[in-house]
Design a binder for this molecule. Structure first.
Ligand SMILES: Cc1cc2nc3c(=O)[nH]c(=O)nc-3n(C[C@H](O)[C@H](O)[C@H](O)COP(=O)(O)OP(=O)(O)OC[C@H]3O[C@@H](n4cnc5c(N)ncnc54)[C@H](O)[C@@H]3O)c2cc1C
Length: 468
């Protein structure tokens, strides 16, 4: 039994937790981070953002080389998929990055307490591993335990035939037919990977649209683009059962609004219907920490829970379940604990879908502005007219800027384009600084770049595009 005290103990070594630990150490505090997974980096580095983007990149290269280069005058023959090497490369990207976080912990003298952490009252955290049970004390505790895949009632995950995103990142062979349940960003990204590698992919969605949290026009346009690529969509459809057998999986589906049931067969089924906050085994309730009606830890604007000295950040609290949101909260909570002031602006958290083309958004959607009765103007510019997009051949998509009709302040931006995830950054900064559409339009953009479409969309808000 060891008894060690720290200024801060962080429970969870994901993007929220490891950044909070690093920032607290930079601010002169003694810090420990409890992580039960064999590696640091959380969902994001181990089974989320990073492995999915590695596979998206490799599968895009495969598809491009196979079919996309001939019209650019590059002849390639005998292109073959070596899935085993692709998966090994993905694993190496993950290991290099998780080792990188381990290095940063050593550099900042952060103690990694390996095991499962549990709140034990009065600033104590119990850490269980391999039958050992150690107790540590901290002046401040940060809960950053993240989230887990939401199960669907009646559908048993085996991570072989019926998988979560974790299983979908490691399928040892390309399935003949992959059925994806849920048309959110994880479903579309993983569906894209396996379609590019040769699977027939059917995406089933309960709602009548894909990417339900994004702007409606983005959802409709992305559906057209992905359909052209070969993804099949069954919208307004409910999966009521899925049974795995030696031959594959038999699904039962029916119209979301009710109606006749139908059978579908698949080789693999990916369940990607969202993620749930992870408070399992944490002792949160026993410690007196209030959860909201969706099981998330309740915090105030300074990430304080209902128990003094205990804070929470990342996927385990409300807000978009995104790594960069968790990281920013980690940085801010450490600064607040150090006595500095900190504030998170949730209006400027970008959301990116890494399909090809990408979809990226920040701020309000048109639907949200209409519902709030905000008088706004929309400026839109198609990527097909952008000169750089013509050079690369990636001409699908648009930039849409929504600005307040009276003040011209940018309220939301929605982009579909090969570089959308990178392009959105300037608009996030613009919104952080309270910029107007005119400010963006008067900013000099390099030529030829995809970002010129941003300037043109900003000009379009005032009805004066130059290239359309
Ligand atoms: C397939 C997929 C793709 C994604 N792609 C993106 C993307 O491209 N961009 C993006 O921004 N987001 C993406 N996300 C979401 C992103 O991964 C999460 O938002 C992010 O990881 C949340 O960070 P976190 O620190 O809150 O929690 P997590 O990353 O979930 O980390 C929590 C950690 O806490 C540990 N833990 C839990 N309980 C305990 C305990 N009691 N004791 C010790 N350790 C514990 C867990 O083992 C875990 O490692 C993706 C997610 C998935 C699943």
């Amino acid at each position: 039994m060891s008894d060690q005290s720290f200024d801060v103990i962080v429970i969870g070594g994901g993007p929220g937790g490891y950044i909070a630990a690093i920032r607290a150490a930079q601010l002169g505090m003694t810090v420990a981070c409890v992580e039960k997974r064999g590696a640091l980096g959380g969902t994001c580095l181990n089974v989320g953002c990073i492995p999915s983007k590695a596979l998206l990149h490799s599968s895009h290269l495969f598809e491009q080389t196979k079919a996309g280069l001939a019209n650019q005058g590059v002849k390639v023959s005998g292109v073959e998929l070596d899935l085993a090497t692709m998966l090994v490369r993905k694993d190496k990207v993950v290991t290099d990055l998780t080792k990188g976080v381990e290095f940063l912990f050593k550099k900042h003298k952060i103690t990694w307490l390996k095991g499962a952490g549990r709140l034990a009252g009065n600033g104590k955290v119990e850490v269980k591993s391999d039958g050992k049970n150690d107790t540590y004390t901290a002046k401040n505790i940060i809960i950053a335990t993240g989230s887990e895949s939401t199960p669907l009632p009646g559908i048993a995950i085996d991570e072989q035939k019926i998988v979560t995103s974790t299983g979908a990142l490691a399928l040892p062979k390309v399935p003949g037919h992959l059925v994806v349940i849920g048309a959110g960003f994880i479903g579309l990204e993983m569906g894209s990977v396996w379609r590019r590698l040769g699977a027939k992919v059917t995406v089933i969605e309960f709602l009548d649209r894909i990417l339900p949290t994004m702007d409606g026009e983005v959802g409709r346009e992305m559906q057209k683009i992905l359909t052209k690529q070969g993804l099949a969509f069954r919208l307004g459809t409910k999966v009521t059962g899925a049974k795995a057998s030696a031959n594959g999986v038999e699904l039962t589906v029916e119209p979301a609004k009710g109606g006749a049931a139908e059978k579908l067969s698949a080789d693999v089924v990916l369940v990607s219907v969202g993620r749930l906050p992870n408070t399992e085994g944490l002792g949160a309730k026993e410690a007196g920490i209030k959860l909201d009606n969706r099981g998330r830890i309740e915090v105030d604007g300074s990430f304080r829970t209902s128990v003094p000295g205990i804070y929470a950040i990342g996927d385990v609290i409300a807000g978009p379940m995104l790594a960069h949101k968790a990281m920013d909260e980690g940085e801010i909570v450490a600064e607040i604990i150090a006595g500095q002031s900190g504030h998170m602006n949730y209006d400027t958290v970008p959301g990116i879908v890494y399909t090809h083309p990408e979809a990226a958004s920040v701020g309000k959607t048109e639907e949200e502005l209409k519902a709030a009765g905000v008088n706004y103007r929309a400026g839109k510019f198609p990527m097909s007219v952008n000169s750089r997009s013509r050079c690369t051949g990636d001409t699908e998509g648009f930039v849409k800027i929504l600005a307040d009709a009276k003040t011209d302040r940018v309220l939301g931006v929605h982009i579909i384009g090969a570089q959308a995830g990178t392009m959105i950054a300037e608009l996030v900064l613009a919104m952080e600084f309270g910029a107007s559409a005119e400010d963006v339009a008067r900013t000099c953009h390099g030529h030829p770049t995809e970002s010129e479409a941003v300037k043109e969309a900003a000009l379009a808000v005032a009805g004066r595009t130059l290239h359309l």
